[in-house]
Design a protein around this ligand. Structure first.
Ligand code: DC
Length: 226
């Protein structure tokens, strides 16, 4: 049976950086499920589809072919109808659109089996919003990774500035709060702590400390599960 580590938490908590490093260390595949919602969102934006029209979005899913693959360095790449869109899905516009489309039940259903299949076939650390609650409730390890909204906004600001985007702290904080609200208040699979999950607050931890802590928690939980 494959080993499944489910990590959920709000936007900008550092899930992807921390989970990716821990997966590399443990020899597991890292699956960033947010990239799947982002790819769906990018498709809808490109088609000019009104994201508030859930029926239209649901029908448009017929044209969506999204998949994940891994490059020679082991990095996840997202393919949208065969095109590598891994870079294009990281803009603030796609972030907000992803938050919107991810609230639509048809979109969540559409991506469910793909995520479960990857977890069945591989040892994974899978990160998202509903991994421990809906996608992999049987995961051997479940973690809720978070930090305060100001800390998360500060980290996201740094990332965006490094990428050459010109944004303010206030705008990023507002964006984070809006996405938190969307993600925790939607009816389908809202972001919440899974029963039995370990809470990991990275607010006072450096990146290195967060990675070490995550690896320790995973090892302890797996030992406890045997
Ligand atoms: O983790 P991220 O910022 O790349 O996620 C983009 C959006 O997708 C986010 O607003 C919430 C949504 N999402 C989700 O609803 N469920 C997941 N498993 C992953 C992401």
């Amino acid at each position: 049976m494959s080993i499944n580590v489910a990590i959920d938490g709000p936007a900008g908590a550092g899930k992807s950086t921390i989970a990716r490093a821990a997966a590399k260390h443990l020899g597991y595949i890292y699956v960033d499920t947010g990239a799947l919602y982002r790819a769906v969102a990018l498709y809808m934006l490109r088609q000019g589809i009104d994201l508030s029209d859930t029926e239209l979005v649901g029908r448009a899913l017929r044209g969506v072919d999204v998949s994940l693959c891994y490059d020679a360095a082991g990095e996840q790449r997202v393919l949208l109808c065969g095109e590598d869109v891994s870079g294009e899905i990281r803009t603030p516009q796609v972030s907000m659109a992803a938050s919107q489309v991810s609230a639509i039940p048809a979109v969540r259903d559409f991506l469910l089996e793909l995520q479960r299949k990857i977890a069945r076939e591989n040892n994974v650390i899978m990160d998202g919003r509903d991994i421990g609650t809906v996608i992999l409730p049987q995961a051997q390890v479940k973690i809720y990774l978070t930090a305060s909204d100001e800390i998360r906004a500060g980290r996201r600001l740094k990332e965006l500035i490094e990428k050459g985007e010109s944004v303010t702290f206030e705008a990023v904080l507002e964006d984070i709060r809006q996405r938190d609200y969307n993600d925790t208040h939607r009816q389908t699979s809202p972001l919440k702590r899974a029963p039995g999950s370990v809470l990991l607050d990275t607010g006072d931890l450096t990146l290195e400390q967060s990675i070490d802590r995550l690896i320790t928690v995973i090892r302890e939980e797996l030992d406890g599960a045997v």
